[in-house]
Design a binder for this molecule. Structure first.
Ligand code: NDP
Length: 392
């Protein structure tokens, strides 16, 4: 087994065409025997966490029920759940009967593990389901996370956690009251390239960070979708993908911003963007003196995280999508294994749940609330044209 894994690791390095100098940056301290390659996808996953603790618990996989079978559930989460070692697809919650039939057949889900939004609360009696994963439009997260906690299940909730900090707090309180854990869909916190730039920034490998550029945007299609409706989405690209840029600036500096300024761009397609912003910009100031500048957009693509430090620089581009992510530093390329983000995320969360450990703070509801609070402050800064103080 060890040899097989070492071979996989060697193949990974060979595939990357990695040279000795390219490997001068440590691979996050992972050892050769910590990786295994999926034969179908060719992607790597970890057998252990970076501290060498096993991700898999022999013989026990947590049952996950996905709530809302839209794009992300169908194309990313359900396929990833066929690769996971600590969890499996146990149930579904959907408002669309045709999807229920299709998923039951495709994934061999028993009828008693299928719910709609009215029958959802009966999931409390279902021993097959340990974790409920809420993958609904943003404005629906609060209701379904609270109901999931009341059903006595652990919860994973997609980003953005909710559309107001008050809703986030209600979700945190409901999970605390039920003595259940709440994770946010922060898949990048388990992704090796992202973990490496967190390390480079937070350990000041290139000296203190002076400024960060962190941007995420894309050109949106169907203008009638919920993402374009303020009541359901909470806002436009800032709520949807700008949150990754906010996260990026926070996780490379390892600091919380003390103030923010922000601007909306003029709308070039006002008919399309009636309810939400089209493009916007914001600037954070951090306690160390570091500053960040960010763009988010539904009209044009951008995906980059760049940190300029006293003694060099590092960047990821692409930085926030499903991968493969790519990275460079002023000393050479960043080499890391290419993994399935969704499988790593769910396995990582479920590893802690299985072991009865507290989830790390930076993937929990508390972190989700920090981001939603910042998103609201960015909107306030753009609407008022004023610098918003974020201290206290
Ligand atoms: P979709 O619109 O593709 O799917 C949402 C699903 O929610 C629908 O298919 C439907 O499922 C259900 N739903 C219930 N009520 C409504 C309603 N009134 N309007 C629309 N849908 C409804 O969205 P996504 O899958 O792209 O996004 C879902 C969540 O996941 C969002 O919070 C988003 O931000 C997040 N996300 C996270 C990503 C990540 O990388 N972490 C990537 C993509 C999305 P059904 O028919 O089964 O009832």
């Amino acid at each position: 087994m060890k040899n097989q894994q070492s071979n996989s690791r060697r193949t990974f390095l060979r595939n990357l065409g990695a040279s000795a100098s390219a490997l001068s940056l440590p691979l996050l301290g992972y050892a050769d025997n910590q990786f295994v390659q999926n034969e179908t996808s060719g992607l790597y996953s970890l057998l252990t966490d970076p501290n060498g603790e096993p991700l898999g618990q022999p013989g026990r996989k947590l049952g996950i029920a996905l709530v809302g079978l839209g794009y992300y559930s169908k194309n990313l989460l359900a396929p990833a759940l066929q690769e996971t070692k600590n969890c499996r697809l146990a149930g579904i919650v959907t408002g669309t009967p045709a999807k229920a039939d299709e998923w039951m057949k495709k994934y061999n889900i028993p009828k008693e593990n299928v719910y709609d939004y009215k029958t959802f609360d009966r999931i409390a009696d279902n021993k097959d389901v340990d974790v409920i994963y809420v993958v609904l439009p943003n404005s629906m997260h609060e209701e379904f996370v609270v109901r999931a906690a009341q059903a006595g299940k652990h919860v994973i909730c997609e980003k953005p956690m909710a559309i107001t900090p008050k809703a986030c707090q209600n979700m945190i309180d409901a999970c605390k009251k039920a003595n259940k854990q709440l994770a946010i869909g922060y898949r990048l916190h388990y992704e090796p390239f992202t973990k490496e730039v967190m390390r480079l920034g937070q350990e000041k490998v290139f000296g203190p960070i002076k400024f960060v550029e962190s941007s995420d945007g894309f050109r949106i299609g169907d203008p009638t979708q919920w993402r374009m409706k303020k009541a359901m989405a909470g806002g436009g690209p800032l709520m949807d993908v700008g949150i990754y840029a906010v996260q990026g600036a926070r996780y490379v500096t390892g600091e919380e911003p003390v103030s923010v300024t922000a601007q909306f761009s003029p709308k070039t397609e006002p008919e399309k963007f009636k309810e939400v912003e089209e493009t916007m910009f914001w600037q954070f100031q951090f306690p160390s003196g570091a500053v960040s500048n960010s763009t988010t957009s539904y009209t044009a693509g951008v995906e980059r995280l760049y940190a300029s430090c006293e003694k060099g620089w590092f960047e990821l581009s692409p930085a926030f999508g499903y991968g493969p992510l790519k990275g460079r530093t002023s000393k050479g390329p960043i080499e890391q294994p290419v993994v399935n983000h969704q499988a790593m995320h769910m396995d990582g969360v479920c590893s802690d749940l299985l072991a009865g450990k507290q989830l790390p703070d930076h993937v929990t509801g508390e972190e989700g609330k920090r981001d939603v609070t910042l998103l609201q402050a960015i909107y306030r800064a753009a609407e008022t044209g004023k610098k918003i103080n974020l201290r206290g």
